[in-house]
Design a protein around this ligand. Sequence first.
Ligand code: 3Y8
Ligand code: NAP
Length: 248
Amino acid sequence: MTTKLLILGGTTEASALARLVAAEGIDAVFSYAGRVAAPKSQPLPTRVGGFGSADGLARYLRENSFSHVVDATHPFAAQMSWNAYNACQAADVPLIALTRPAWQAQTGDRWRHVSDVDGAVATLAFSARRVLLALGKQNVPAFEKTPQHHYVLRLVDRPEVAPDLPHHTVVLARGPFDVAGDLALMRDHAIDVVVCKNSGGSGAEAKLAAARELNLPVIMIDRPDLPPCDTCATAEAAVDWVTHTRDT
Ligand code: 3Y8
Ligand code: NAP
């Protein structure tokens, strides 16, 4: 069977892999969920939108004769990762996850770990604060339970419907972010607590360095459980896996 790769994308690492795969001339398709209005263009044929659960993905793999899948989605895209794991088992297609290590607290960090978004809300149940919510728009409604805070919402696209938060400011921005920009954002908005996911990688890390410099507390949402598939840490390793792993 000839090599044909499906990249499940949406991260910096996925874009690095796409560039390498295109340069190597490997037959591949890049896949976005369609979460933002104008996703970054890729140097590969690109599809946008869900597959219709794991069964839909298994059918897509078989019908399009894919020989390999690299799951390069975000560590919080757990549903997609579990679907990829189950679909690749059903379709008998090799799968590897291109992951990045979780961030670790450094000297001077004031992190409070919580297990999910609801845990982050629960830690904000007290007196009014000025909160930088750097979680994307899907997670904003959970904070309607704690409306006493002023939220600065950093989002990729302007929400179609204004968030139901009495005190909030929307800041439209797409990463990767830098420390100077995140320091200015936190100072301009007098932020006194940051809420974020333990995404890892470099694209979203600047806010941690800015919080450290300003001695701000960070509510850190730990990663969800991900499937027990093989993993690699670099785009180069993923390409090496594709070229040296035959489909079974
Ligand atoms: C649609 C496709 C690249 C990829 C760039 C990375 C870095 C910049 C930092 C903050 C944190 C957040 C969010 C974030 C970052 C990279 C990466 C990353 C965090 C784009 C993109 C898509 C998405 C989806 C979007 C989510 C949201 C999450 C914003 C492209 C720009 C908060 C995750 O408005 C929404 O509904 C946004 C939804 C899923 C998390 C959420 O749950 O809401 N990413 N982000 C992908 C698709 O359709 O399949 O245009 O590039 C990609 C990137 N965003 O190639 O350079 O690698 O992570 N993305 C988080 O980490 O907490 C922002 O503001 O500090
Ligand atoms: P998710 O909750 O795990 O996935 C929900 C559903 O969205 C999946 O079941 C699948 O639909 C579809 N989907 C997700 N990623 C897809 C992809 N790359 N290609 C095709 N369909 C996809 O995912 P999410 O957290 O919403 O993330 C969506 C996208 O944003 C992913 O590409 C991810 O890498 C990127 N992203 C997410 C975050 C984050 O914080 N979650 C951060 C940065 C980037 P079907 O079941 O119909 O197949």
